[in-house]
Write a protein of this length. Sequence first.
Length: 218
Amino acid sequence: MKVIKTIVKALGFILLGLMILLALSFGLISYQTSRSQISYQEEIYKYSDKYNIDPLLTASIIKVESDFDNNAQSHQGAHGLMQLLEDTAMHSADLVGLSYYPDKLNEVDYNLDLGVGYFNYLYSYYGNIDLALAAYNGGVGNVDSWIEDGIIDKNKPNHLDIPFEETRQYVTKVNSNYEVMKKFYKEGLPNNDQLSNLKTLSIRNFKIFLKDIANNVR
């Protein structure tokens, strides 16, 4: 009888631990959902489709670059959602066949057209997302020199080998956001109605989280 009571007590502690773990997981997912600003979904789909880039990747880049603030401007003079420097924007305009208007860099459509178009150019050039992201942040010249010097293997690049800390962290952050986006929004970015009810969205994402755990246990 004493053994049975001990087993029941142990099972109770295990059950309590699992309940606490689930509660903490739900709280974390709720927090992450509530702080994940997502805007301009229609425009993201439009220009991602134009340049054949996964819209979830585009959204992940925007999240890290500007947190969906189209009025964002860095101390280096980068503009808009995709944080375009004027030289980069001018080069991108030439690449995608648009006229260059520096006063339009904070316009959503123009900024995305140039920004996603430039990332598509980089992805086509390197054939690798991590290298394209590194070049988007650190510059093509630097990435090319890292490859030429053997610091990064072009065929099997590891973003942890990137020597610039800022660029290394940038690639890591975009990849992390991209994994989250693919986990919770593989069916599509949440619309404004979903984002207006964060409790419902959190519960939805929590169910996806539990389903993923169940699939991994099998």
